[in-house]
Design a protein around this ligand. Structure first.
Ligand SMILES: Nc1ncnc2c1ncn2[C@@H]1O[C@H](COP(=O)(O)OP(=O)(O)OP(=O)(O)O)[C@@H](O)[C@H]1O
Ligand code: NI
Length: 449
């Protein structure tokens, strides 16, 4: 499948940090990751067990439970229908940027921020150091929307700090990390639906499969009675469950593993989501059924312009379904590339190891475990490369410098890798210095603005 360049992201994750505070240790399960998912695109997330894939998914769903907490970053969902729906339902938690522009002078707000000690560098990511607010606005360096997105508008008291819907003209987004429990419930299903790692946990054994799907239809499409039954039958047929009209009256235990997984997919689709998150939906299934389910997801995606985030251990599955691939290791995103490029020109030694561990390269259903050793628990701030102990290419600096994501693309599609070997058009010393200068981990942790 080709890369969906040029389309807007429907989901934008930036500097996300999700941490578990256990009695024993602090686990940085998701440790400063950023990526986008565009409309109609399938983004694959790969990595060995414990790399933070499921925690990423649960963070996006607003389903991180104690002792876990989202500690930083943002998750923005820009589906227009969802933004409208939540803005109408939670007007008191909605910021209208156009209205702010009418009510306030952005130059004056920036000057007030300067008076409060905010530096121009902070406002502009270090691109400008002038205190001339008029100039900054004229140059397009700072806009009202920036003040909202960076939390400065809330700090000045011109918007509510609890707001989680931002509207700007026809666009806007829901800030999931700030959303209330009620808003998250309204978002799940119709906005973002998830198929969990274990399909059994998603089906209730005491209700028929049909009743569970009809309930989802009632909640998210507003149909009841015969209309809901017809829609449920249609969905079960869409996921290739034979004899759907009869099977709709059966209980989950009467379904085989593959059929149950299809029923779970039907249930997720009953919500008419814009983004579907699949957490290893095919690992428990045999290869033929797995292939059928992947085909089914692709067909549904084309029909509905669905965006998909697909989590798996299986590079064969990734090759089959993804447009773009994000590789995770110990809570971090270590490589991101269009799928063909990841397979033909993997840059990170970890990705190279993952690919080498595929027997005959495209054979599916094989858990990745041929790289010696295990993923470490990310229980401290990394001042080094977390993969170094297992890395065949590691050198001295890898133990003392934390790699940042570097542009390693050969084409116009973005390709990044977090490894001290890059940028590889410089000497090793210069490359290491590049990372050392850009890594702001140590400061970021204490800086909570
Ligand atoms: N409820 C929890 N309490 C404490 N730690 C947790 C909890 N849930 C996840 N973690 C930790 O977060 C890290 C990432 O876990 P996650 O489930 O996201 O991994 P994964 O990549 O999905 O692995 P798998 O492929 O096995 O599903 C692990 O170190 C795990 O121990
Ligand atoms: Ni998982």
């Amino acid at each position: 499948m080709s890369v969906q360049l040029g389309r807007e992201p429907v989901l934008s994750v930036e500097h996300l940090r999700t941490t578990f505070f256990t009695d024993k240790e602090t686990i940085r399960a998701v440790d400063d990751i950023s990526f986008d998912i565009r409309t109609g695109e399938t983004v694959g997330i790969v990595g060995e067990s414990g790399s933070g894939k499921s925690v990423t998914a649960r963070s996006i769903m607003g389903l991180v439970d104690s002792p876990g907490r989202i500690m930083g970053g943002s998750i923005r969902f820009s589906d227009e229908a969802t933004v409208d729906r939540l803005a109408n339902r939670f007007p008191e938690r909605t910021v209208d940027v156009d209205r702010l522009r009418e009510d306030h002078d952005v130059v004056e707000l920036i000057e007030r921020l300067f008076d409060r000690g905010v530096t121009p560098e902070r406002l502009t990511d270090g691109e400008y150091d002038t205190r001339d607010a008029t100039l900054l606005v004229r140059e397009g360096a700072v806009d009202m929307r920036d003040l909202v997105e960076r939390g400065y508008a809330a700090r000045l008291g011109v918007v509510d700090a609890d707001a989680f819907v931002v509207r700007d003209g026809p666009g806007g987004y829901v800030e999931i990390t700030n959303a209330s429990k009620e808003a998250l419930r309204a978002l799940r299903g119709r906005g973002i639906a998830m198929i969990f790692q274990d399909p059994l946990t998603s089906l209730n054994p005491v209700y028929t499969v049909g009743n569970q799907i009809k309930e989802a239809i009632r909640l998210h499409q507003g149909k009841t009675g015969k209309a809901a039954t017809e829609e449920a039958v249609r969905l079960l047929e869409a996921v290739s469950i034979p004899d759907a009209r009869r099977r709709i009256g059966e209980y989950p235990h009467q379904f085989s593993g593959g059929m149950r997984q299809r029923a779970v997919i039907a249930m997720a689709l009953a919500c008419k989501p814009q983004l579907l998150i699949c957490d290893e939906p095919t690992t428990a299934l045999d290869v033929t059924i797995q292939a059928q389910i992947l085909e089914l997801l692709q067909a549904l995606q084309e029909e509905r312009d669905l965006s998909i985030m697909f989590i798996t251990h299986d590079m064969g599955v990734i090759a089959e379904i993804a447009n773009r691939v994000n590789v995770m290791y110990a809570g971090e995103l270590v490589e991101s590339a269009p799928v063909e490029e990841l397979f033909s020109r993997p840059k990170h030694p970890y990705t190279q190891g993952l690919l080498e561990s595929i027997p005959g390269r495209n054979v599916g259903n094989d858990r990745l475990r041929t790289i010696e050793g295990d993923v470490p628990t990310p229980n401290e701030v990394p001042t080094y490369c977390r993969f170094a102990p297992r890395c065949p290419e590691a050198f001295d600096a890898c133990d003392v410098v934390h790699p940042v994501n570097v542009d390693v693309s050969d084409s116009e599609a973005p390709h990044t890798a977090a490894c001290l070997l890059y940028p590889d058009d410089r000497s090793r010393e210069e490359a290491v210095a590049y990372h050392r200068e850009r890594d702001d981990r140590a400061t970021e942790v204490t800086d909570d603005e």
